[in-house]
Design a binder for this molecule. Structure first.
Ligand code: UDX
Ligand code: UDX
Length: 463
């Protein structure tokens, strides 16, 4: 089967960039991205592609090229489902906030809604592709809904997890390490797998396109994220030991990373990992392991999260202790709020938790982030429900320029590794601050010796 029409449900961080790249690389395929959120679709259709709702380097250019040609953003979900041969599901699967598995399991209500909608609308055979990260054996649930509520047409369910990282989404999509496609081992399943392989083969060489059974594919996504997060928690655990012993975690990371068996990536000690995936996927893995009675497996992976929470709390405690055990009414400047550089995404960002701790100590937080609005910062804090909306409103000041954000503050803490921070006039910043001026580098991006020479009391992670 030759694919000519694709629909994607969910115009978020995953669905939007993935479909934009498919459309750019496959001009013969019509790609329609639909979303329930009308504002989001309106933003994707903004005549100025610099205003699309997701900031990723290179994305607005791709949207400018393909939009209106073979890439469309729409709220007409049923029409798009009806017309497409392949339907990607890229809706969000947050951690459950209620009922069984609360705080751990993935909430699949949006996935189920999508499956029911597809079943209702489809009048011809369709391929349904799970793009969202899902617990193992979700495909089975989707299949059961499709087969039992559909109009008698055939559905093939494929798992095609996304491995893109935010901030590098476009390059990750253009040059993926691998594309993973899981499907049934029946002839119909294999035909569906092949159809999707041929879409990616328009720009990815076939030796990088891996096909497996559905369960392997689903579990590989959770495993990949768990391994990546585990590396960060491992180096962060060493960072605390380094601070006690006089070792430098950057040197340790470099030394072990040169062992080709370990490799240099994902060994950067930090204030803790954030983002929408790592914590959610590990909690999900832990939940699945527990549900099969595999308590040792569950405990092993849960420790990655425990370490990460500890690292964030340790960072805020260090700020309070260093500032003579009180930050009440002191101005503390945050450089960065996003969970990593080159994205406007703040989900699970360490900055949120560090701010929350410091506001509990009655500090005033002044923030500069090149891409995050004050409304977003407030929404993130309000979501924690630690205090009233009004109290959060009074505790957070946001600036659109770093020098104003730092002026008159007692301490700066770097929460995101934005490149521009390194190039600031640190002498000028130092001169405008209360003395002693403290600099807590949660990303180890500054040169300790240089800023200490200016006069800062510098505290990095793990040295
Ligand atoms: C999400 C998950 O976080 C990730 O685990 C998964 O791999 C892919 O989906 P992301 O794209 O970052 O990733 O989520 P988000 O930016 O929240 O986008 C989801 C979109 O789906 C939203 O725009 C939402 O409005 C839309 N949606 C949700 C629907 O269109 N229909 C629904 O029923 C539910
Ligand atoms: C991750 C996976 O990398 C990606 O493959 C998957 O599809 C989605 O989840 P993402 O969350 O976008 O991607 O970003 P990533 O680059 O993995 O960073 C996650 C967090 O770890 C960030 O807060 C980052 O700052 C932090 N990190 C990363 C470290 O603290 N140290 C490191 O060495 C690397």
């Amino acid at each position: 089967m030759e694919i000519t029409k694709i629909c994607c449900i969910g115009a978020g961080y995953v669905g939007g960039p993935t479909m934009a790249v498919i459309a750019q690389k496959c001009p013969h395929i019509q790609v329609t991205v639909v979303d329930l959120n009308e504002q989001r679709i309106k933003d994707w259709n903004d005549p100025d592609t610099n205003n699309i709702p997701i900031y990723e380097p290179g994305l607005s250019e791709i949207v400018a090229e393909a939009r209106g040609r073979n890439l469309f953003f729409s709220t007409e979900v049923e029409k798009a489902i009806d017309e497409a041969q392949v339907i990607f599901i890229s809706v969000n699967t947050p951690t459950k906030t209620y009922g069984k598995g609360k705080g751990m399991a993935a909430d699949l209500k949006y996935i189920e809604l999508c499956a029911r909608q597809i079943a209702k609308v489809a009048k011809e055979n369709k391929i349904v592709v799970e793009k969202s990260t899902l617990p193992v054996r979700t495909a089975e649930a989707i299949k059961s809904i499709l087969d039992n509520t559909g109009n008698g047409v055939q559905f093939q369910i494929l798992s095609n997890p996304e491995f893109l990282a935010e901030g590098t989404a476009v390059t990750d999509l253009l040059n993926p390490d691998r594309i993973l496609i899981g499907g049934d081992t029946t002839p119909e399943g294999e035909a569906a797998i092949n159809a999707l392989v041929n879409v990616y083969a328009n720009w990815v060489s076939k030796d990088k396109i891996l096909t497996t059974n559905v369960w392997s594919s689903e579990l590989s996504k959770l495993t990949a994220n768990a391994f990546l997060a585990q590396r960060i928690s491992s180096i962060n655990a060493m960072s605390e030991l380094c601070e006690k012993t006089g070792a430098d975690v950057n040197e340790v990371a470099k030394a072990i990373g040169m062992d080709t068996r370990i490799g240099p990536k994902f060994l950067k000690a930090s204030v803790g990992f954030g983002g929408s995936c790592f914590q959610k996927d590990i909690l999900n893995l832990v939940y699945i392991a527990k549900s099969y009675g595999l308590n040792e497996v569950a405990d092993y992976w849960e420790q990655v999260i425990i370490m990460n929470d500890h690292q964030k709390r340790r960072f805020s405690n260090k700020i309070v202790q260093t500032l003579y055990n009180t930050v009440a009414d002191k101005k503390i400047t945050f450089l960065g709020w996003a969970f990593k550089k080159d994205t406007n995404d703040t989900r699970e960002s360490a900055a949120i938790y560090v701010a929350d701790d410091l506001i509990n100590e009655q500090a005033k937080i002044s923030v500069y982030d090149p891409k995050v609005s004050r409304n977003k910062m407030l929404a993130d804090l309000n979501y924690l429900e630690s205090r009233s909306v009004e109290e959060n409103n009074n505790a957070i000041l946001a600036f659109d320029n770093p020098y104003d954000a730092c002026k008159g503050s007692h301490a700066i803490s770097i929460l995101t590794e934005w490149d521009e921070f390194v190039a600031y006039d640190w002498q000028k910043i130092y001169d405008s601050m209360h003395k002693p001026a403290f600099l807590f580098d949660g990303r180890n991006i500054l040169n300790a010796k240089e800023v200490e020479a200016i006069g800062f009391v510098y505290k990095g992670i793990g040295s």
